[in-house]
Design a protein around this ligand. Structure first.
Ligand SMILES: Cc1cc2nc3c(=O)[nH]c(=O)nc-3n(C[C@H](O)[C@H](O)[C@H](O)COP(=O)(O)O)c2cc1C
Length: 190
């Protein structure tokens, strides 16, 4: 079987909870980012922005955004939860935030720009997984937080966070999860 098909049929995410930060090499990161930009994009509008969160910024974002915003939006606060928020981004070595940033167009509906943004996220996911990293695409609560979007350079009047892709090291190989039943989802019309 073709190697790419073999990989795609087996690839599996590793939750951020279960990964170690490890180290993503610069060359791998560049390859992942190049793959990220190579997606179908109707009208070649590039309606997305990528922000690589790494090094100290993982902690800074925890302190400056996650903790204060979590405090603002939750009443059942305890030290453990706040510490988790502070260190949330330290779960991975690199976290790529993908921002959907629609472009004004009379021809291309924004729905299609959103789909292209999903393709960016998936390309990052599969490129990083193909390099044997632990990878997970999450939205969690802070993808829906305006302060986070603003801090990352998004325009809160129109942009959205499509998610954060955590890239770290595998502690162990993940077990398979239940997959959709082929016959239930796919229909052939002859
Ligand atoms: C847009 C989007 C947002 C997601 N957000 C979360 C999340 O916040 N938390 C979570 O545990 N999984 C989330 N997931 C699912 C994870 O990516 C999950 O690990 C993945 O679906 C596992 O499947 P895989 O092994 O086929 O990659 C999200 C998936 C997508 C597509």
């Amino acid at each position: 079987m073709n190697e790419i098909i073999k990989f795609l049929k087996k690839r599996r995410s590793v939750t951020a909870k279960k990964m170690l930060p490890g180290k993503v090499t610069e060359s791998d990161l560049n390859d992942i980012l190049e793959c990220a930009l190579r997606v179908p994009d109707h009208g070649a509008l590039s309606p997305w922005r990528l922000i690589v969160i790494q090094n100290d910024m993982r902690k800074t974002l925890g302190e400056e955004i996650l903790v204060p915003e979590f405090k603002k939006n939750n009443t059942d606060l305890d030290e453990e939860k706040l510490l988790f928020e502070k260190n949330r981004f330290l779960r991975a070595d690199k976290i790529i935030a993908v921002i959907y940033s629609p472009i004004e167009s009379v021809k291309i509906p924004s729905w299609e720009m959103m789909l292209s943004t999903g393709a960016v996220c998936q390309n990052i996911t599969i490129a990083a997984q193909s390099l044997n990293y632990a990878v997970q695409w999450v939205t969690e609560w802070y993808s829906y937080n305006d302060k986070m979007l603003e801090y990352l350079g998004g325009d809160i009047s129109k942009d959205k966070l499509a998610g954060f892709i955590y890239i770290g090291e595998k502690k162990e190989d993940p077990v398979e999860r239940i997959r959709p039943k082929f016959d239930k989802i796919i229909k052939f019309l002859n």
